[in-house]
Design a protein around this ligand. Structure first.
Ligand SMILES: [Zn+2]
Length: 391
């Protein structure tokens, strides 16, 4: 059951061990919260060859516009070193005014707050016993595959929604965007993200007879250096500079006197609104080909990642979110585009999207936790937004 208390809702969700791709009971728990409020809840299962089957959820109340959708995920990252946690990561214990648990801020907390805010909005008007919402529509798009490959999650649910004519007017994503205080940062865009895999091919041989072999390691090293040390840009008014970070280097070799046959690297490129995905791929290829000509390298490149750069230019949605934050906290939020990729980049194709959630300080960490006071603040902000948006 949903309660008007986000803390209780969050405890219910944290106690479901929904580490991607496991549903863990989290979507069932959310369904049990939303049905009594009058939401029509649909569980949307998706699968694809070579990827885990994923459960998602779409719930809507109301049939008319304006239609405000809340989007997020109930899946969580693994707990890591379980013994290092001060409190059981799936027990939702409260100590010193903070609730501990995996997903507390990323992002079961925001789901718990939005459910509480929706209930509060309807209960205040005496609508709960009269079938729920009487003006506009509210919906939830909740995936179980945001922290994983993301293939059977939000992008597929959006296709499913399109096929059914579900077209929200605006979307709020509940990722933990806040920094020092709840509502201090609202994301209006995100950089795009591409993963680059490079394999440089060589010829195995004796380290003492290098001229009879072909060592791929110096060639790969120069490619990594070239990609890492050539600036893509200096940033734009809305975005920080694009960046290239080498994250993995591997050589299938354990013998110190053997030149290996190949060397591999993975790089993570984050690009801003000066670039497109094809242009980034062409830039990477160009840099690698230049090195290949200098050092006579043979290489293969592969690109992965589906998050495109996007920005929602400030308009009615950003104004409504800013004003909700101001009413509750007295602070004007900064509209930023920093941080990692999120599902907002998929939703952008459907409707204007903005992100506002809890503070991200402990996301993905051991002892992930959220102050109870933050849950109350975020619920109040969401409630203001619902009231302003639905009128
Ligand atoms: Zn998240």
């Amino acid at each position: 059951m949903t309660t008007i208390d986000p803390v209780e809702n969050l405890a219910t969700l944290i106690r479901c061990p929904s580490v991607t791709p496991a549903e863990g009971g989290a979507l069932a728990a959310l369904e049990a919260m939303l049905v009594p409020l009058g939401f029509a809840v649909q569980r949307v299962a998706m699968s694809a060859p070579g990827t885990p089957d994923i459960e998602n959820l779409y719930a809507r109340i109301g049939t008319e516009g304006p239609h405000l959708m809340f989007a997020g995920h109930t899946d969580v990252v693994p707990v890591g070193d379980a013994a290092a946690w001060t409190h059981d990561p799936f027990a939702a214990e409260i100590a010193d005014g903070q609730m501990y648990g995996r997903g507390a801020v990323d992002m079961k907390g925001a789901i718990a707050c939005f459910a509480a805010a929706a209930l509060g909005h309807m209960a205040d008007r005496g609508w709960i016993d009269k079938g729920g919402l009487r003006r506009g529509s509210l919906s939830f798009l909740i995936t179980g595959d945001e922290e994983g490959p993301g293939i059977n999650g939000t992008p597929k649910v959006l296709e499913w929604m399109r096929a059914r004519g579900e077209a929200p007017d605006a979307c709020l994503v509940g990722e933990p965007t806040s920094s020092k205080a709840v509502g201090d940062e609202v994301k209006i865009g995100r950089r795009g993200s591409v993963t680059v895999r490079i394999i440089v091919h060589g010829r195995q041989g004796h380290a003492a007879y290098g001229h009879l072999a072909e060592n791929p390691i110096p060639k790969l090293a120069r490619m990594i250096d070239r990609l890492s040390s050539t600036p893509l840009d200096a940033g734009t008014p809305r975005f920080q500079p694009s960046s290239v970070e080498a994250t993995v280097v591997t050589v299938p070799n354990s013998a110190g006197n053997v030149i290996p046959a190949s060397a591999r690297a993975v790089l993570s490129v984050r690009y801003n609104d000066l670039h497109t995905r094809p242009a980034i791929e062409a830039w990477v290829r160009d840099k690698c080909e230049a090195v290949a000509r200098e050092l006579e390298a043979r290489f293969d490149l592969a690109f992965a990642g589906t998050h495109e750069v996007f920005v929602t230019e400030p308009g009615p949605l950003a104004a409504a979110v800013s004003s909700a934050v101001e009413k509750v906290t007295g602070r004007t939020p900064a509209l930023t585009t920093n941080g990692g990729a999120s599902d907002a980049s998929f939703i952008r194709g459907l409707c204007p999207v903005i992100e506002l959630g809890l503070r991200n300080a402990t996301a993905h960490q051991v002892d992930e936790r959220v102050p109870v006071a933050d849950l109350l603040t975020l619920t109040a902000i969401y409630r203001q937004l619902i009231e302003a948006y639905l009128g």
